[in-house]
Structures are given as C-alpha cells and as structure tokens.
Design a protein around this ligand. Structure first.
Ligand code: KG4
Ligand code: ZN
Length: 343
C-alpha cells in the first residue's frame, strides 16, 4: 500500500526478524538504532543444517523474551511503540509466521502502522545502518546462505537484478565445504577463521567465470569433494589434520576471486562507482579486505555493514521499514508469509 500522504516518521519503531534460525528484534528511536537483539538457535548444529520444524518451535519460545529485551535495552515501553516492521519473506514458512503473527497482533492491538519487509531488501538496505551510506543508484552484491546476486539499487525501492547464482549460493558453498571438512554448521565463520592461518595457494581450485554477471559455486564444492574423495581414508585424515587451514584458505580464495571478478566487471560496465556488499558472507574477513583494496585501486567506494549487521538481524529490517514508512509504504494486516518472495 503506497500513499505519499501517509508518510510516517515514527518516533519508536519495533522491528522483528524470524525468517530462518535467528529470532531477532531491534528498536529505533527518532530514526536512531537503540537496540538489536539476536537469539540464535543452537538446536540445528548437530544436524548440519536448519530443521524447519525445530526452528519454528524455537522462535515461538524466544519471540516474547527477545522483543522484551530489545525494548528494555532501548529504554522504551511497549506502550510507546508507534510503528512495527517485520520480515514476511523469503524464508521458512513456519519461522516467518511466528514473527509475522506476533507483529500483526502487536500492530492491531496498538493500532499502529505496520510494514512488511522483504528479508533480502533488509540485507540490501543494511548499509543504511552505517554512518556513510551509499547514494542512489548503487551496485549491491548480496552474498548470503540462500542468495548470491548483483543488483542495481535505485531510489524508490527500484531494484534491477543483473546477475545471480545459477546453482549454489556463496554461503551455501561455504556451508557444504565446511560439512565435507567436518566443521559443523554454519561453516562460513569457521572457514574464515581457519583460512587466516592457511596458504591460499596450497591448491588452485577452479574459478568459474560465466558470461554476464551470473555466478556458479557448485564446481568448487565438487572440486573439494574430488580432492578428498580420491585419497585413501588414511591419506584423507592426514590431509585434513595437517592441511585444514590450507584447504580452507584455498577454497575461500577461489570463492572471493569469482565474486570479485564479476563484481569488478559489473562496476566497469555499469559505470556505478558505489558498491554495497551485504549478507552473511560479507562478514568474511578476506572478502572485506579484497573488495576494500579493489575499491582503492579502481576508485569506487565500498559500503559493507558492521559485522553484527552482516548476518541475519532485525536492525536491517528496522532500517528498511523506516525507509518504507517515510516513503508512505505500509502493509495491510492481511499480509501473509511469502516463503519464496524475491526482490
Ligand atoms: O545472511 P545470512 O545470515 O542468512 C541468510 O539469509 O542466508 O547468511 C548466512 C550465511 C551462511 O551460509 C554462513 O556460512 C555465511 O553466511 N557466513 C560466512 C561468514 N559468516 C557467515 N561466510 C563466510 N565467511 C564468514 N565470516
Ligand atoms: Zn539473510
């Protein structure tokens, strides 16, 4: 629902995110972030991935304490909340429904404006949580567990996706390779940490470079699988024991090379001089360093959220909700969860 006359500038905005396995809430006062609470579910780590049924049950258990903590830390009463923003997709249906139902009930009981936020837009606008956000238009590289996309972001929530992964997302590749190396879930942070100590030239994994701006990460996962699979059990154990950091560094270097090559080509061909890198994988130490270095070398500005806003969080939903409300965009209380929502 869009109507410029409805332009809303709430004093206190409550934001909620529950699309996957993190229950999160944030509070903004006069447009400034005052709290961002995240409660991560440990229940999935032994399964090597998120179990949807367990995730929704856990959200149900955590949502009230998480919202209460966000309000308490922001120093505001729930009676003073005058707008609410919530993720309505994409994500796991059962998980989305917990946050969305809570937010709708809250908005209805308080008669306050309510706005549904696309989780991927939340990542894209997470750079507006930083002191120097990009000006429109900018190029956005979204790298998360489910998405790897290049998008041109223009004012007025106009997005043109110019490239996407044809198979695995970058985060998914990190998670799958971590599983092969027995590192648990999620694998990205562990590979990142180990890679800092490793040799990125230990193995030269293949770099897939597709025409246009699409990505492909399934080849690199398969290359790691072949590398380990052709060894005897004993040799594989020795390889993983002695060269774990080198394997992580070599894999990570290949992923970063692929992300960077396509992004640099998009910068050069679109002429955009501002690049945002968002989503869970934007927390990666080597990726941050590589894109910052490229920005200096090629003369474009780089915008990456603070580490705490790279992975799923409610602050990014809040800042996107604020931008939408200020543009006169609200949602009807009939809004339903949309697990397959795209940008
Ligand atoms: O954005 P996000 O929290 O959730 C989704 O919307 O998917 O991203 C999660 C993904 C996971 O695949 C995780 O392994 C990856 O981000 N990730 C990382 C790092 N931290 C999280 N990948 C590489 N390096 C990291 N430091
Ligand atoms: Zn996400």
């Amino acid at each position: 629902m869009k109507n410029a006359d409805l332009m809303i500038n709430p004093r206190v905005l409550l934001a909620i995110e529950s699309s996957c396995d993190d229950t999160a809430s944030a509070v903004f006062v006069e447009g400034e972030i005052r709290s961002s609470i995240l409660s991560s579910q440990e229940v999935h780590s032994s399964f090597g991935g998120v179990v949807p049924e367990l995730a929704s049950r856990d959200h149900q258990r955590r949502i009230v304490p998480v919202v209460e903590k966000a309000l308490e830390q922001a120093g505001v009463s729930r009676h003073n909340v005058d707008a609410i923003a919530v993720t309505y997709g994409p994500g796991l249906a059962g998980s989305l429904l917990v946050g969305l139902s809570f937010a709708k009930a809250f908005a209805m009981s308080k008669s306050v404006p309510f706005v549904g936020v696309n989780h991927m837009e939340g990542h894209m606008y997470s750079v507006f949580l930083e002191e120097n956000p990009p000006a429109f238009p900018f190029l956005c590289l979204t790298v998360s567990g489910g998405h790897t996309e290049l998008t041109i972001v223009e004012e007025g929530f106009r997005h043109t996706r110019i490239g996407k992964t044809r198979d695995d997302a970058a985060g998914e590749a990190f998670d799958k390779v971590a599983k092969l190396l027995d590192l648990g879930y999620p694998g990205g942070p562990k590979i990142d940490q180990l890679a800092c100590e490793g040799n990125p030239t230990y193995i030269r994994f293949p770099r897939t470079n597709l025409p246009g701006y699409d990505f492909s990460f399934s080849g690199i996962k398969t290359a790691m699988l072949y590398h380990l699979g052709r060894m005897t059990d004993e040799a594989r154990e020795i390889e993983i024991t002695q060269h774990l950091a080198d394997l992580c560094a070599s894999f990570q270097a290949a992923v970063i090379d692929m992300l960077l090559a396509t992004t640099l080509r998009a910068i050069s061909e679109t002429g955009l001089r501002q690049v945002a890198v968002v989503g869970g994988v934007s927390a990666n130490t080597a990726l941050r360093a590589a894109i910052n270095k490229a920005g200096i070398e090629h003369g474009f500005s780089v915008h990456i959220p603070a580490l705490k806003y790279c992975m799923d969080n409610a602050a990014m939903i809040g800042v996107t909700g604020l931008l939408k409300l200020r543009a006169g965009i609200t949602s009807p209380l009939s809004l339903n969860a949309q697990p397959n929502l795209s940008v």
